[in-house]
Design a protein around this ligand. Structure first.
Ligand SMILES: [Zn+2]
Ligand SMILES: [Zn+2]
Length: 281
C-alpha cells in the first residue's frame, strides 16, 4: 500500500537536523512520494533541490505563501517563473489567502495570488491553494481571474457548501491532520461525502500533526493516520483509500508513473524508454 503526501514542507529549517532520516522513514512505511511546496523564493529553490536529489519521489511546487505576500516583488515573481520551469516542479504553490493570521494586508495577498494565477496559466501547472478564513474572496477571485486553472484546496477546512464551491470549479480537496481531531465533526462529514475521484491526503508537515502525535513535529510518514481516518469515515479499506488518493494525486500533478494506459496489447512495448520510477506505482 503506497501513499502520496501531497503537501510536505520537508525543506524547511525544522528538518535541518534530520531531513534525510525523516524522508527515508516515510519511504520505509510506504509514503513513497511527496510534493514539497515553497512558501517563498528561497524555500521554492530548496524544494527543487530536494526534487533533484530524490527524482520521481519528491516533487516541488514553486510559490509565495499569503503570509509572505509582501515579498512577491516583480523580481521575485520573475525568479518564480524561472524556477517553475526546472525539472521536478509539478505545481505553483503554495499560494492563497489567509485572513486568520493576517500577516500581509488583504489587498497585497489578493494581488500576489492573482499574479501567481497568471504564472500557473502561462506554464500550464496546477495550483496549490491555502485558504483560511478567506473563502468568499477565494471563490470570487477564482471565478473572476482563475479561468482555466486547476488545482487543490490544500488542508481543506470547511463545510459541505464550501467544499461544493471548490469542486464546482474543478478543484480537488486535500485532507490533513485536522481530519483526525475528534471535534472536527463537520470536516468529517465533508470527507465522507466528497467524490472519491477528487480527494487527496497530506500532512502539511511540520505543522498540523494528526492525533495521537499532536504537539510534536509532524512528518510525512504520519499521512497514513489521515488516510486511515478517511477510510473509517467513508467505510472503505485503507488500501482503497490509498489507491484512490494516489491515482488522484498522479492525475492532478501529472506525476510520472501515472497509471494511464500508454500501449494497447497489440503494440510491442518499448523497452528502456520509460521515465517512470522503478518502484511505487
Ligand atoms: Zn497552507
Ligand atoms: Zn503548507
Amino acid at each position: 500500500m503506497a501513499l502520496i503526501d501531497t503537501h510536505a514542507h520537508v525543506q524547511v529549517r525544522q528538518f535541518n537536523s534530520d531531513r534525510k532520516a525523516v524522508i527515508e522513514a516515510a519511504f520505509a512505511v510506504g509514503v513513497d512520494r511527496m510534493v514539497t511546496p515553497g512558501i517563498d523564493v528561497e524555500t521554492s529553490r530548496a524544494a527543487i533541490a530536494l526534487a533533484r536529489q530524490y527524482p520521481g519521489r519528491i516533487f516541488a511546487a514553486v510559490g509565495t505563501h499569503p503570509h509572505d505576500a509582501t515579498t512577491l516583488t516583480d523580481e521575485a515573481l520573475a525568479a518564480e517563473r524561472e524556477l517553475a520551469q526546472e525539472p521536478g516542479v509539478v505545481a505553483i504553490g503554495e499560494i492563497g489567502l489567509d485572513y486568520y493570521r493576517n500577516l500581509s494586508p488583504h489587498e497585497t495577498q489578493r494581488a500576489a495570488l492573482v499574479a501567481q494565477f497568471g504564472l500557473a496559466r502561462d506554464l500550464d501547472l496546477p495550483i496549490i491553494l491555502h485558504n483560511r478564513e478567506s473563502h468568499a474572496d477565494m471563490i470570487s477571485l477564482l471565478r473572476s481571474d482563475g479561468a482555466g486553472l486547476r488545482g487543490v484546496f490544500h488542508c481543506f477546512i470547511g463545510d459541505i457548501a464550501m467544499a461544493r464551491d471548490a469542486l464546482d470549479l474543478g478543484f480537488y480537496l486535500s485532507f490533513a491532520g485536522p481530519l483526525t481531531y475528534p471535534k472536527n465533526v463537520e470536516l468529517g462529514e465533508v470527507a465522507a461525502w466528497a467524490p472519491l475521484d477528487r480527494i487527496l491526503v497530506e500532512t502539511d508537515c511540520p505543522y498540523l500533526t494528526p492525533t495521537p502525535f499532536r504537539g510534536k513535529r509532524n512528518e510525512p510518514r504520519h499521512v497514513a493516520l489521515t488516510a486511515r481516518r478517511l477510510a473509517e469515515l467513508r467505510h472503505m479499506s485503507e488500501a482503497e483509500i490509498a489507491e484512490a488518493t494516489t491515482r488522484n494525486a498522479e492525475a492532478i500533478f501529472r506525476l510520472p508513473g501515472a497509471s494511464t494506459p500508454t500501449t494497447t496489447p497489440d503494440q510491442p512495448a518499448t523497452t528502456g524508454a520509460t521515465d517512470a520510477p522503478s518502484k511505487g506505482v
